[in-house]
Design a protein. Structure first.
Length: 209
């Protein structure tokens, strides 16, 4: 079973509280999503592989550990996941960015892929799938299915707010995937919104309604 990490860091709790407030502006919401993704990313990248590199300091030659920067992919689930990309790229600027877009079929309620573009060497990469809200878990699970079908192997899922229902689905469907969450909420309501949540993350990021 994958590990579930819920952050207790005061900065993450404070910024997530601001994100929830109905009066937070689009500009502030966008900045907060980026900042929280960056703070979470610091911990979520803890197990990234390093490689030994020979360098020369002003004093002598030496060997140091450096990130294998070219071995990382960030994959936002469209469209709200886009808000978390810049925060992650601030930490790992050499990462490649893939995109997965899904919609829910109105008849079957199954997630259908409408867009998927990943780095062509995705099978070699540590993959960070990002989406601010883990609600039913349907989209996250389907997105990870699509990434695995294209060869993705080492996958971490990062979200800002998760419902217990979504965590359960993701853990059941993808027991190999670790999940990083800024805040775990109470439940889903009858419209599959997270309670207390923050509303529709995509609308709040882009000022749509
Ligand atoms: N997606 C959102 O943007 N918000 C929710 O509460 C649930 C899914």
């Amino acid at each position: 079973m994958g590990n579930v990490y819920v952050f207790d860091h005061p900065l993450i709790q404070h910024k997530t509280a601001m994100l929830r407030m109905a009066e937070t502006s689009v500009k502030d919401f966008r900045e907060l999503v980026k900042e929280i993704a960056m703070l979470m990313g610091y911990e979520a990248t803890r197990k990234l592989p390093l490689e030994e590199v020979k360098i020369t300091t002003p004093i002598c030659d030496t060997s140091v550990n450096m990130l294998k920067g070219e071995d990382i992919a960030i994959v936002p689930i469209l469209r709200a996941g886009l808000g978390m990309v810049d925060g992650m790229l601030a930490l790992v600027p050499n990462a490649k960015v893939g995109h997965v877009g899904l919609y829910r079929d109105p008849d079957t309620h199954e997630p259908v892929e409408y867009y998927c573009k990943l780095p062509n060497d995705i099978e070699k990469r540590e993959i960070f799938v990002v989406d601010p809200m883990l609600a039913t878990g349907g989209s996250a699970s389907a997105a990870i299915d699509f990434i695995k079908a294209r060869g993705g192997k080492r996958i971490i899922f990062m979200c800002l707010i998760a419902a217990p229902e979504g965590i359960e689905v993701l853990q059941k469907d993808h027991p190999d995937v670790d999940i990083f969450i800024a805040a775990k909420d109470e439940k889903l309501n009858e419209n599959a919104y997270i309670v207390p949540g923050l509303g529709d993350a995509g609308d709040r990021l882009y000022g749509t309604k």
